[in-house]
Design a binder for this molecule. Sequence first.
Ligand SMILES: CCCC/C=C/CC(=O)SCCNC(=O)CCNC(=O)[C@H](O)C(C)(C)COP(=O)(O)OP(=O)(O)OC[C@H]1O[C@@H](n2cnc3c(N)ncnc32)[C@H](O)[C@@H]1OP(=O)(O)O
Length: 396
Amino acid sequence: MAGVAGRLARLWCSGALSSPLQVTRFPALQLHLCGPAMRASQKDFENATNQVKLLKKDPGNEVKLKLYALYKQATEGPCNVPKPGVLDFINKAKWDAWNALGSLPKETARHNYVDLVSSLSASSESSIQVTPAADRKQPGSDALVVTSQDGITTITLNRPDKKNALTTQMYHDIMLALEAASKDDSAITVLTGNGDYYCSGNDLTNFTDIPPGGVEEKARSGAVLLRDFVDRFIDFPKPLVAVVNGPAVGISVTILGLFDIVYATDRATFHTPFSHLGQSPEGCSSYTFPKIMGPSKATEMLVFGKKLTAREACTQGLVTEVFPDSTFQKEVWVRLKAYSKLPPNAMRISKQVIRNTEKEKLHAINAEESNILRERWLSDECMNAVVSFLSKKAKL
Ligand SMILES: CCCC/C=C/CC(=O)SCCNC(=O)CCNC(=O)[C@H](O)C(C)(C)COP(=O)(O)OP(=O)(O)OC[C@H]1O[C@@H](n2cnc3c(N)ncnc32)[C@H](O)[C@@H]1OP(=O)(O)O
């Protein structure tokens, strides 16, 4: 290592690496420096296919056809299926668009697709980062989108029409995403939401999917899932940042105590209405919240369900910094990009020094909270609250 570092230092001082032109003399370095503008890799392409799902504005039929055609050309080559009948308008329009690309090489189609998506992302004022290359298995559904760029892996909750409520599948997908992010080459991992909410907590319809073993079995498997889910946050080895883009409810609030940084828009609120729902705290909040804000403020939140504004949450130490909504995305991502350039191993080790002494305790607390919740889920208080929400009688 010292030899490589020394050689690089000498090259740098001699000016050999100071000009972009001269970089071409070092093919290994060139590999790292060529971005989508020069050549769209398979990873860039995969990432662009994910970015499309996060576009805020509908790009219109013409662009959608163009995207479709380029995608097909990039993945399957020239149009190779029979022309649909004239009355099959939609499929015929798609076929025409694909066929019109003729023998365009797959690589060029891939490149054009990445370019087109990138221009759409820039113009859609997306609240989501423009993010190429992610070398990972994508989650099982569009409800979670994972992207990687500039040393940051971003896990985005993407069910804006349901206020990003967490389905059982999403818990599993978040765990997989954290597992992958812990091993990838990013320095920082971010959790955020798409749309006006950060997250409305546990999807209350999860309670309606009763297995053959009945409600007891449902409560038991729910507690196992909760424990596994929270364990991943306790053990996550890299700096973990919550970019809270809007109101946060339930478990999305409680696990914030396990994050290293929490940035919030001034539009965000923080709400843990456990008593209203006949439930009890999770995500280690029974320990982290009193530690962060003192027992009485924690009681107001966790027992009485007091909803905090972003500024109140910041004063009480749950939120690191609050930004005006109008500049939130810009300011936060500029900040995170700068942090992500810091030496990753140093950041990882410093996090461990800060967090490791508490890990065992947190695991024990998580186990206890999950057990208690298993009982709560079987209570009349909880069942009535869920039925009430599902029959649209009650909201928070
Ligand atoms: C296995 C691990 C278990 C871990 C346990 C965790 C505990 C918790 O997380 S407790 C917190 C549970 N969350 C809630 O109680 C929130 C319930 N939602 C609401 O009170 C409201 O929807 C809202 C205050 C979040 C938003 O109200 P608003 O009027 O702005 O929008 P809505 O029209 O109500 O919502 C739009 C749409 O989204 C659906 N939805 C929102 N939140 C949830 C949710 N948590 N579960 C299921 N569905 C949710 C809502 O029903 C609407 O759907 P429709 O458009 O189809 O009616």
